[in-house]
Design a protein around this ligand. Structure first.
Ligand SMILES: Cc1ncc(COP(=O)(O)O)c(C=O)c1O
Length: 386
């Protein structure tokens, strides 16, 4: 295996120089270099906020803290060549921006392809289509309810088709809730050097075992994370890509220089402080307890399958309603009634591969879950009583 990033990245992008500004050299003084407004924001209350100034384009403090956090959790991967450093990270406006950036960096429009493993997060396909990139599918293993990657089939598919440049693996999966075994991901990484594997770990803190530290070992690996889920900061829009330093350099060179706002940066730095990380972990534990309760109470109802679909490695559950292989009509009606009659909004996922009759339900607070269980039971009973 000889992986050469210069052959994977589109040449004009590989050769980009990162945007530089005068502030990279001089941060203090009378700042007349960036055409900012010297008087401050127009709202009186914000006068001293500093928001008239462009944000830091590099975010080294946050990146360093995040790298250290993931290094500190790294119990499984002793023996990696290096710990993660700030140079292994690139930040985006949510992982949605990171997904788009990786596709644009690697895939030539109207010529190259990505591989996705359905059922999965839809933004990989949306971004591919926006960029005129074809999407090839290699389904997860659904028949045993494991929703694991079909490793051999993924390897066969990418080896057969050299125009596939990226493999997107959601781990833990959405909507499947199942973490993909690291050994499967490593097998793909070890058997394919003509593209990159992107592991989307949006929900990783609900189960642990991030593959992010592995980017120091595998140059063909990118790992995506976000502050939107376990950190409870979907509103600030902060996504993180972990990659080799060479790949992170490419991604940092192509991003808009000021994509992370000062406000986002401030909240993100606060979130990664040790005391707040502790709270994040406590919340993940509380999520697990509530998740188990929801599964127990909802799967004991008539017309709900006795096992949840997929895994419980996230902050949601995927439940199948109706007899046999599940009933999409019933799932849709229940979804609609829950929203319109009970004011409880869940997600219909019945059209996804292997998810017939399925609703995806986010674990809420204890009170929200109490209401959900009560309303779910009432409406399902009404819908199935005749
Ligand atoms: C698997 C997965 N990846 C990425 C995202 C998007 O994350 P962000 O809010 O960071 O754009 C989501 C959001 O639901 C998701 O489920």
């Amino acid at each position: 295996m000889t992986f050469d990033l210069a052959k994977i990245i589109r040449p004009k992008i590989y050769n980009l120089e990162p945007y530089r500004c005068a502030r990279d050299d001089f941060k203090d003084g009378i700042l007349l270099d960036a055409n900012e407004n010297p008087y401050g924001p127009t709202q009186p209350g914000l006068k001293e906020s500093g928001l008239n100034r462009y944000p830091d384009p590099h975010q080294i403090e946050f990146k360093t803290a995040m790298a250290e956090f993931r290094n500190g959790e790294n119990h499984d991967y002793k023996g990696l060549p290096h710990p993660l450093a700030a140079e292994n990270l690139c930040l985006g406006v949510g992982s949605d921006e990171s997904i788009d950036a990786i596709i644009r960096a690697c895939c030539v429009p109207a010529k190259e392809k990505i591989l996705v493993l359905p059922p999965t997060y839809s933004m990989y396909s949306v971004c591919a289509h926006v960029n005129d990139i074809e999407v090839v599918e290699c389904p997860l293993i659904t028949d045993d309810n494991s929703f694991q990657a079909n490793t051999d089939e993924v390897i066969r598919t990418v080896q057969r088709d050299p125009s596939i440049k990226l493999v997107f693996i959601t781990s833990p999966g959405n909507p499947t809730g199942a973490k993909v075994e690291t050994s499967r991901i490593e097998k793909i990484l070890q058997n394919w050097d003509r593209g990159m594997v992107v592991v989307d770990e949006a929900y990783i803190d609900f189960c642990g075992g991030s593959t992010a530290p592995l980017v120091t070992k595998y140059p063909n690996l990118c790992v995506l994370q976000t502050l939107s889920k376990s950190f409870g900061l979907a509103g600030i829009r902060l996504g993180i890509t972990f990659a080799s330093k060479e790949m992170a350099r490419v991604l940092n060179s192509m991003k808009a220089p000021y994509n992370i706002s000062s406000l986002t940066s401030e909240y993100a730095l606060n979130a990664i402080r040790p005391d707040n990380l502790k709270i994040m972990k406590q919340r993940a534990n509380e999520n697990e307890m509530e998740q188990n309760r929801l599964v127990k109470e909802l799967t004991s109802l008539p017309n709900v399958h006795k096992e949840p679909v997929g895994g419980l490695d996230t902050n949601f559950i995927l439940l199948k309603v109706g007899s046999g292989d599940g009933d999409n009509d019933l799932a849709k009606k229940l979804y609609y009634k829950l929203a319109t009659e009970s004011g409880v909004v869940v997600r219909y996922r019945g059209s996804e591969l292997g998810c017939t009759g399925c609703l995806r339900i986010t674990v809420g607070t204890k009170e929200e879950n109490d209401t959900l269980v009560k309303e779910f039971a009432k409406l399902l009973s009404q819908l199935t009583s005749n």
